[in-house]
Design a protein around this ligand. Structure first.
Ligand code: ADP
Length: 759
């Protein structure tokens, strides 16, 4: 292989490939000037150009020729270096001396390329596409290569036009195989094209987004102007206000996202669309709910007790149980699973007590009544797809509560019913369940709402009617009816001062003595609680105020007494005669109704018939069975009781007034039996005697419930003696009841009869 030596020029930062020309200017003082001289003098203008020299690594140089040499006035030399072909560098000479650098090189045999034209054509085709697509590549490169038919030359000419990367250019320089360089080029073209496409897509996307926001901005501004022209900029203003409210709202991120989503829908909705108001209402609901607002609990239970005493008379046991409940709640950090349920007749202070608790522990107070609810959507709302849909009562109350941890009173849980539209009581169960109510979901609101911080309190009139699964979860606290004297205390200490200040009167001006209040209690009300009493007192004071305002009279002192009471309240509504009356076929039973205890007269008649038993007065199944048992017992024991058996061939009619009120339960058993007996045997029964007790087919008298309420009802009605089952206790009955009524315990019906005959 032919070897020869050549002067050397080292290039730094530039790479010269064969067939390309480089313009260089040599410094007059520089050693390189000598290299040029050497080349011109001894090597016929040939010179070796070495790009990016690296010791032990640089193996390939480019045999080049110096052309167009120009001496500049400042002594510098300008030349064109024209690369000719690659050569192998065998060694460098004079590297460490001050003499011009020289090298010994040998020629490289160029490999023969098969299918050269096909490869070139392919490259040309791709290159054309590439150049046409990419704006920053000059298509001058196409004219350079157009007529080129040698792959070796083709690649070297094209590469510097496309590749910028120095290392990649060095790879091209060091690659002596034209075919391999062709492949490299094709790969690079593809790569560049791909990169360009990605960049372009990115550009397009960004541009599109910018265009879109610009467009929206433009349209919005235009719309604003149009609306202002038309005097209708309300929606736009509304949008801005809503946006601000959403930004300021303290709520979970999910809710904020939902609000923004709905706000955009609102924005894009045309003014005439019915959707508009639906979306607007929905946004308003989400904005008004207390997501993260809390009140701070007052944990000082002494103070709580004090304020409960201030608001409610008596109820000592009830208050203690509430304080205990609050203490446990405090210790367990509100995780106490049970829920208080206040059970008692109307007007005994359940609702107001709950409100007082709320005030005392510094929680907001809200209240709903679930009495009569059949459809669970009343509690958990309707889907937004329904026209006129709204959230249910729970969410509506949370909005009113304005805090996330109110005291929430659910009234009348014993009066829910269920039908095909769902079971409100099971729905209520999931609302009360601490495990589930964290994720409470209202159909309308759609998003979860956390109810776990709410303190729920329930109320019911009648424990028996609370759905069983619900009852299981409740901590029942009984509030029984009040005695007359308790009512008197409530009236003097609580109700009258409250009403006087409500009506803007002064305490000193009005005097109403205890006897007058008792008269109101006895003759103008008949109730377990004090609601009606409060209403009557309210009526008196309203009349006084009207009188003062209308007649402009000056009053120094106004006395309300038993004599002038009717001036304010009209005729007495209830009268009690103490005269003992005796009747045949009428017996006083005792009932425990949702309105408290009451006397329940049972009437029996018989007439010629076929021995049928006729029952009227809205009696429930259990009470009907009691009547059948009563009759069977008397039939079976007719000899013992000396009843003429033929009497049973008559039709016997039992009626329990008042007919419209539903009655049930087994506790009228002895009263029913005695009423039948009295009718059939003409036995007179004193009307100041009442009785309660279940009867068996053998005539045994079994224990009953609700004695406290029943005896209070009896006291109100002027009953003097009550026959009760032997197993019932009277220890817990109010003192007033025990001192006014005589309780006589019986084990069986025979003893009932003894009592009636001999008392
Ligand atoms: P309920 O919810 O049991 O039907 P409320 O709480 O509505 O009864 O009470 C009716 C009225 O009676 C209220 O004005 C209440 O202040 C008054 N009240 C009931 N019990 C008491 C009591 N123990 N002390 C003072 N006021 C009472």
């Amino acid at each position: 292989m032919k070897k020869y030596n050549l002067p050397v020029i080292l290039l730094k930062g530039i790479i010269l490939l064969p067939h390309n020309t480089l313009k260089l200017e040599f410094d007059a003082k520089n050693l390189d000037n000598n290299v040029i001289d050497m080349s011109l003098l001894f090597h016929d203008s040939y010179i070796l150009v070495v790009s990016e020299y690296k010791e032990n690594n640089t193996k390939i140089g480019v045999l080049s020729k110096l052309e167009n040499i120009l001496q500049l006035p400042n002594g510098n030399t300008r030349v064109d270096l024209k690369g000719i072909r690659r050569v192998n560098i065998i060694e460098f000479l004079n590297f460490k001396s001050n003499d011009p650098l020289e090298s010994i090189v040998s020629e490289i045999e160029i490999e023969k390329v098969e299918n050269e034209q096909i490869i070139i054509n392919k490259l040309k085709k791709e290159l054309k596409i590439y150049v046409n697509n990419i704006p920053y590549i000059s298509n001058g490169v196409l004219s350079i290569i157009d007529k080129e038919n040698s792959l070796d030359k083709f690649t070297d000419l094209v590469v510097p036009n496309i590749i910028n990367n120095k290392n990649r250019l060095l790879e091209y320089l060091n690659n002596v195989s034209p075919v391999s360089r062709g492949e490299m080029l094709l790969k690079d073209i593809y790569e560049e094209k791909k990169m360009f496409q990605i960049e372009r897509n990115l550009d397009l996307k960004v541009k599109k987004e910018m265009d879109e926001t610009q467009k929206q901005f433009f349209l919005r501004e235009k719309m604003k102007i149009l609306k202002e022209e038309l005097g209708d900029s309300s929606k736009e203003n509304d949008f801005d206000k809503l946006k601000k409210r959403i930004d300021d709202l303290d709520c979970p991120i999910k809710i904020k996202e939902k609000l923004n989503y709905e706000l955009n829908r609102y924005q894009s909705c045309v003014s005439m669309s019915p959707e508009l108001n639906i979306i607007r209402d929905y946004i308003e609901w989400l904005l008004c709910l207390p997501w993260n607002n809390y009140t701070t609990d007052n944990n000082d239970l002494r103070q709580v007790k004090k304020s409960l005493n201030e608001s409610h008379f008596g109820l000592k046991e009830v208050k203690n149980r509430i304080i205990e409940y609050l203490a446990v709640n405090q210790m367990s950090n509100n995780k106490n699973g049970s829920i208080i349920c206040l059970v008692g007749p109307p007007g005994v202070g359940k609702t107001t007590l709950a409100a007082s608790i709320a005030k005392a522990i510094n929680r907001n107070f809200v209240q709903i009544s679930v009495g009569g609810i059949r459809d669970e959507s009343e509690i958990i709302g309707h889907r937004r797809t329904y026209i006129g849909a709204n959230p249910g009562r729970i969410i509506s109350s949370m909005k009113k509560a304005k805090s996330n941890n109110p005291l929430f009173l659910i009234d009348e849980v014993d009066k829910m019913s269920s039908d095909y539209k769902g079971d409100p009581s099971s729905c209520l169960l999931s609302i009360l369940d601490k495990e589930q109510n964290k994720y409470f979901s209202d159909n309308y609101i759609e998003e979860e709402y956390d109810l776990s911080n709410v303190l729920f309190i329930l109320t019911a009139n009648y424990i028996e009617n609370i759905p069983e699964p619900l009852k299981d979860r409740l901590e029942i606290i009984n509030l029984s009816g009040y005695t007359e004297y308790e009512k008197l205390d409530i009236a003097t200490k609580y109700l009258i001062p409250k009403i006087i200040s409500k009506n803007g009167l002064k305490k000193e001006f009005i005097s109403i003595d205890s006897n007058t209040i008792l008269k109101i209690i006895r003759n103008y009300t008949k109730e377990a609680g004090v609601r009606e009493l409060e209403r009557q007192l309210d009526k008196i004071f309203r009349k006084i105020v009207t009188q003062i305002v209308l007649d402009k009279i000056k009053i120094n002192k106004l006395i309300i007494n038993e004599q002038n009471l009717s001036k304010y309240l009209g005729k007495e509504k209830y009268k009690y005669s103490n005269k003992t009356k005796e009747q045949v076929g009428v017996v006083n039973g005792l009932a425990y109704t949702p309105f408290g205890g009451d006397v329940l007269p049972i009437e029996v008649n018989y007439y010629k018939g076929k021995g049928n038993l006729i029952l009227t007065g809205s009696l429930g199944d259990v009470m009907k069975e009691s009547a059948t048992i009563a009759l069977s017992y008397l039939k079976a024991n007719y000899k013992f009781y000396k009843i003429n058996y033929e009497m049973f061939e008559n039709d016997i009619h039992i009626h329990v007034p008042e007919g419209a009120i539903k009655k049930d339960g087994p506790s009228a058993g002895i009263a029913l039996t005695l009423a039948i007996f009295s009718a059939l045997t003409n036995l007179k029964i004193p009307s100041d005697i009442a009785m309660t007790g279940e009867i068996t087919l053998r005539g045994h008298v079994l224990e009953i419930g609700g004695l406290k309420e029943k005896s209070l009802g009896a006291l109100r009605s002027g009953i003097k003696k009550i026959i009760i089952p032997y197993d019932n206790d009277i220890i817990d009955l109010p003192k007033e009841v025990k001192s006014n009524i005589r309780f006589i315990k019986v084990k069986n019906f025979k003893e009932v009869l003894e009592v009636v005959k001999h008392e």
